[in-house]
Design a protein around this ligand. Structure first.
Ligand SMILES: [Zn+2]
Length: 179
């Protein structure tokens, strides 16, 4: 058997190319009548990679309880890539970098929102009734409380004055969840 040279024709630009390091291709896929691998020339590969550069990422918080964040990425080629971390992208022709960018944005978002979560501790003893709140950014607060005649919780809101408004809102929300 005599050895021959493989002739590569790019499936994208239809031009012949000489391999320059790795040769990229989309594997043959009999399901859509693709009997041969689809070669991709270095130029078209680079163009594809470049087009997939993420220009902007917006993290979408969960719509419903117990679901997860997703990310909407605007790509350099003008398209939108909607990333869902629980979806399996194994067979999809998407650069790893784009997925990593989206995944990182989601992780950063989660870390950041955890910092703003408020934990509360309740002291309810003979000589002290107070609630202490703390978040991950150094905000702390301590308010006195009592129960009124109808058993309704009354907090002494003087301590809330001058505190970060967002922190106070999360603190109050947390108290309502607990009581
Ligand atoms: Zn090409």
């Amino acid at each position: 058997m005599k050895r021959k040279v493989m002739k590569f024709i790019c499936s994208d630009c239809k031009k012949e190319f000489k391999p320059d390091g790795d040769v990229y291709y989309l594997p043959a896929n009999l399901m859509n009548g693709q009997k041969e691998p689809q070669w991709i020339c270095p130029k078209c590969h680079k163009k594809w990679l470049d087009g997939w550069k993420v220009v902007r990422t917006v993290v979408n918080p969960p719509k419903y309880k117990n679901t997860h964040c997703t990310a909407t990425c605007t790509l350099k080629n003008g398209k939108i890539f909607f990333f869902n971390p629980v979806r399996d992208y194994f067979n999809e022709d998407i650069p790893i970098d784009a997925m990593e960018t989206a995944r990182k944005a989601i992780n950063d978002y989660i870390m950041e929102s955890r910092k703003h979560e408020v934990d509360i501790a309740i002291t309810d003893s003979f000589d002290e009734q107070s609630i202490t709140g703390k978040d991950g950014t150094g905000n702390t607060i301590k308010v006195k409380f009592r129960h009124d005649r109808n058993g309704k919780l009354q907090i002494d809101d003087k301590a809330l004055i001058g505190k970060d408004e967002n922190f106070v809102n999360l603190f109050i929300k947390k108290i309502k969840e607990v009581f």
